[in-house]
Write a protein that binds this ligand. Structure first.
Ligand code: NAD
Length: 396
């Protein structure tokens, strides 16, 4: 079939196997071009490995750090006449690249919140990582979670307290408009903390410990976002922020059990991913931010950002941490020159002024790339089997 993007709201319901393979291949090539990362953990588990920050973490760990990896994600398989989800293609492409580089890699597909997946992962660590894991990257972004009691929780992206009126962007139409968001109920706040907070992270570490597969001196990281005051009403001071505060609590709890170096929350920059595209305000803030950061020579794509984490901030000096003990990789995004300029532009932004003040083209191209579209070197007119991911590991 000829596969084209079919965008529905915040999601593209098709994905291109050759495009996703190219996207992964390009990330592998970008890490390799920077050379190996010294003293990197060699046995790595990535939860949420199929896209966004998790995929980049796995690529940097393997092709920069030389690590064997186990990945866990929840993706849709292809059928004869239906494409897989992008993450399913990314996983296959990653496996091709890893095999060609003789890096052990296994990917498990299913619900990371379940006890069953934790048990399967322990088995995979025994089989693929020689029985121990040195680094656990927790990069799940999910709408729902069924906890160990069987109760299903749903996350909500809502303000807390009063309704909030914010500027936002329809990325499809390029229209800037105001929207009013109603505040979350207590139950919605609790649900968001249950889904996106730290409880499941702790359960993973406990399960790995109980199975005896945590290496002495193991480390674990989980990703968070704080962002600028422009997004606080819908992020940091809202339901998602409450969940992210709970990650900080979980990190402290893991450190209390396993030592001061064991667990860190890492504050990352805003990038275009499936998860972030669904959050109101964030795409508008993102398009302004991307333009300002490019102008100031500070723009990083998702791979460059994670590469900087593992290459230069992971082995850290104590004074690199903020007051909550987090590693701050959002230092460039939140630097005074960047934020001053974003704040100056914000009241001036409208549908008409968007091209002058923001980079919507970059957002759109990053969004399409998530699904394997718009990548150089891919023949999108070709008739492809949606069940087959080409092996590009030998390509230039
Ligand atoms: P993403 O949507 O690109 O990836 C989410 C991953 O989670 C995918 O691999 C998906 O398969 C997996 N997943 C979802 N539900 C699952 C389940 N039940 N079982 C197994 N796997 C499941 O998301 P992302 O934007 O890369 O977010 C990852 C983390 O980074 C989140 O904690 C997010 O808050 C954080 N973060 C994101 C941004 C951003 O701008 N995107 C910024 C800072 C921090």
């Amino acid at each position: 079939m000829i596969i084209e993007p079919r965008i529905r709201g915040f999601i593209c319901i098709t994905a291109h196997p050759a495009g996703c393979a190219q996207h992964v291949h390009d990330q592998v090539a970008a890490v390799r071009a920077k050379g190996p990362i010294a003293d990197f953990p060699k046995r790595v588990l990535v939860l949420g490995c199929s896209g966004g920050y998790g995929l980049s973490s796995r690529v940097v760990a393997a092709f920069g750090g030389g690590a064997a990896t186990v990945g866990v994600s929840f993706e849709r398989e292809p059928a004869e006449n239906r494409t897989a989800s992008a993450g399913w293609y990314n996983n296959r492409a990653f496996e091709h690249e890893a095999a060609a580089a003789s890096l052990p890699a296994v990917t498990l597909d299913g619900d990371a919140f379940s006890a069953e997946m934790k048990a399967r992962t322990v088995e995979a660590i025994r089989e693929t990582l020689g029985g121990q894991v040195d680094l656990v990257v927790y990069s799940l972004a999910a709408p729902t979670r069924t906890d160990p009691t069987g109760r299903t929780w749903r996350s909500a992206i809502k303000p807390i307290g009063d309704p909030v009126t914010v500027k936002t962007l329809n990325t499809d139409k390029g229209e800037v408009f105001e929207t009013t968001l109603q505040p979350a109920t207590d139950e919605e706040i609790e649900g968001t903390v249950k889904v996106m907070g730290g409880e499941d992270w702790e359960l993973w570490i406990e399960a790995l410990k109980a199975a005896g597969v945590l290496a002495p001196g193991f480390r674990t990281v989980s990703y968070t976002y704080i962002g600028s005051e422009l997004t606080w009403p819908i992020y940091w001071k809202a339901t998602l922020g409450k969940a992210k505060e709970d990650l900080d609590r979980a990190a402290r709890a893991i450190r209390a059990k396993y030592g001061d170096e064991a667990a860190r929350v890492v504050t990352l920059k805003a990038v275009v991913t499936q998860a972030s595209s669904a959050i109101p305000v964030v795409p508008l803030y993102g398009v302004v931010l991307f333009k300002v950061m490019q102008e100031q020579d500070l723009h990083e794509d998702i791979l460059e950002h994670i590469d900087r984490l593992f290459r230069s901030r992971f082995t850290r000096q104590p004074n690199d941490l903020d007051e909550a003990g987090r590693i701050r990789l959002d230092d460039w995004e939140l630097s005074a020159p960047v934020q001053t300029e974003v704040l100056r532009r914000w009241p001036l932004i409208s549908t008409e002024t968007l091209p002058e003040f923001a980079d919507l083209a970059l957002f759109r191209s990053d969004f399409l790339k998530i699904f394997g579209f718009g990548l150089a070197g891919v023949d999108y007119a070709a008739d492809v089997d949606p069940r087959v991911v080409p092996d590009l590991s030998g390509a230039a």
